[in-house]
Design a protein around this ligand. Structure first.
Ligand code: FAD
Ligand code: SF4
Length: 483
């Protein structure tokens, strides 16, 4: 049974807690891990988790909770770790977060919970992500699926389109209200970007499968290889198949290119295609699976971009044998949107960062294979619409960087299929679905949307937050009938 946390269970006096250093995450040594796809971070032991948890200052008004998009009760679950009640801590997290083993690994904690931690203002913030991951992994190893409770049936049926974090969160929250939930996924694997984008060394596929199995045990039903808008339309789901509500969480998976000469040459890829091949065609299990397109032994590879996708692509290329592995980013490191921990890990592994550098053209040999990127150096000017300083080309700074492979990771856009096959579904001029920010309602009665398909490419936890808000409004709609 979960303990209710009222008074402190922490034996360490408050003034002593600031003196305890943050417990480092055990990890594979850089040179070893740069040659394998095993997870970089190895996870806290019970002892390390309890030592780290004991640092929590137990603030009266914890900012970390407000700064978490799904409102995980950080203080309470951390206190339960201090008390050694790890299953209780897991249950506490699950009240707000249905995918804790995933968020504990990939949330940009510095922008959310840990960014708000009071301890971080003076020393280093509490390792909230590390603790969440520890608890989720502990739960997975110790739970009995028979203990997972199912809510009594409500008689209502909901379709979830897309099995990324927004769809999974909406499904998990709705099934706990007793609704019959069916998730339709276009690909043959469940998990969205979690499975086809984020590589094994950051988020093992087994972890995603376990979280999905947990949801199956809760009663969620999954169907793969169903392309909604083609196999079946939203109208057919609602009118023909009796779904009372639909949630669209189809993400923003369409790759964007730079529009520079030579992008069509052999050896230039979108990050989307590149990572999908590695992840879904098992290239990461080389030599068990031999995927020749991603054999980079002896090749020089560059990725263009500064986000998580860019780092995932280049660190994967390194693991697949690249001789040189570069990041070309047109701004400086301070503006890089990637998680700080990934930047640190990539540097340790030997990735070369060329900041304030951008290709303006790709050059090929006479057979059409990439041989170099013509690049320019940049400097930072005034802030642009994103609030970040605009990169400006330095005249006369052109140089050629010899390359065999270039991966474009400058962002993605919305896949238009559902928008074009669902009459009355309002979209904005970039073809993202319009949805209310609080309720995730669209312009179509009974249809809700959230995650990257509404906001454009964002983060796992923001997509989960949208899934959570949508589930709440879907439940209200199903129980009151009012729109
Ligand atoms: P998605 O995860 O994109 O899932 C959408 C799903 O819908 C997909 O499975 C897709 O196949 C399916 N689908 C699409 N169309 C249809 C259709 N017509 N019918 C049925 N199914 C359909 N965020 C972080 O917070 N931390 C990270 O470390 C991080 N790393 C990233 C690394 C990479 C390589 C990428 C690409 C993104 C990363 N992100 C990260 C961003 C994060 O993964 C996304 O913001 C998040 O996955 C969006 O979730 P979603 O549910 O909106 O969509
Ligand atoms: Fe932090 Fe993410 Fe967990 Fe929220 S879900 S507490 S933001 S790690």
């Amino acid at each position: 049974m979960t303990q209710t946390v009222n008074k402190s269970l922490n034996p360490l006096p408050l003034k002593e807690r600031m003196k305890v250093p943050r417990q480092p995450m055990p990890e594979q040594p850089p040179l070893l891990r740069a040659a394998n796809f095993g997870e970089v971070n190895l996870g806290y032991s019970e002892e390390l988790a309890r030592q780290e948890a004991a640092r929590c200052l137990e603030c009266a008004k914890p900012i970390c909770v407000n700064d978490c998009p799904v409102g995980v009760k950080v203080k309470e679950f951390v206190q339960l770790i201090v008390a050694g009640d790890f299953m209780g801590a897991a249950a506490k997290i699950r009240e707000d977060n249905v995918l804790p083993a995933i968020t504990g690994r990939v949330c940009p904690q510095e922008d959310h919970c840990e960014g708000g931690c009071l301890m971080g203002k003076k020393v280093t913030p509490l390792g909230i992500g590390y603790l969440e991951r520890f608890v989720a992994d502990y739960e997975q190893q110790h739970m009995d699926p028979k203990d997972i409770k199912k809510a009594p049936p409500s008689g209502k049926k909901v379709a979830i389109v897309g099995s990324g974090p927004s769809g999974l969160t909406a499904a998990g929250d709705l099934v706990q209200k007793g609704h019959e939930v069916h998730v339709f996924e276009a690909l043959h694997e469940l998990g969205g970007v979690l499975v086809y984008g984020i590589p094994e060394f950051r988020l093992p596929k087994q972890i995603i499968r376990e979280q999905i199995d947990y949801m199956r045990a809760m009663g969620v039903q999954f169907e793969t290889n169903v392309v909604v808008g083609k196999t079946v339309t939203i109208n057919e789901l609602m009118e023909g198949e009796g779904y009372d509500a639909v949630f669209i969480g189809t993400g923003a998976g369409l790759p964007q290119f730079m529009g520079i000469p030579g992008e069509h040459f052999n050896g230039v890829y979108s990050a989307n295609e590149f990572l999908t091949r590695i992840n879904l065609m098992h290239a990461y299990e080389f030599p068990k699976y031999d995927e020749p397109m991603v054999d980079f032994r002896g090749k020089d590879v560059a990725v263009i971009g500064g986000g998580n996708t860019a780092l995932d692509a280049i660190r994967s290329a390194l693991r697949l044998g690249a001789r040189k592995a570069y990041v070309l980013y047109r701004r400086s490191e301070a503006e890089m949107p990637a998680r700080k921990e990934e930047v640190k890990h990539a540097k340790q592994e030997g990735i070369e960062f060329h900041m304030l550098t951008a290709p303006v053209e790709f050059l090929a040999d006479d057979k059409g294979w990439l041989k170099a990127a013509r690049c320019v150096r940049m400097e930072l000017g005034e802030p642009d619409a994103s609030g970040r300083r605009r990169p400006v080309t330095i005249a006369g700074s052109e140089f050629d960087l010899p390359l065999s492979v270039a991966v474009i990771a400058i962002g993605t856009s919305a896949n238009p299929l559902i928008q074009s096959t669902t009459p009355g579904l309002a979209t904005n001029k970039r073809n993202y679905i319009e949805a209310d920010v609080m309720t995730q309602r669209t312009s179509r009665r009974g249809v809700f949307a959230g995650g990257d398909i509404v906001t454009g490419s964002a983060t796992v936890i923001l997509a989960m937050g949208a899934g959570r808000r949508a589930a709440k409004s879907i439940h209200e709609y199903l129980t009151t009938g009012s729109w």
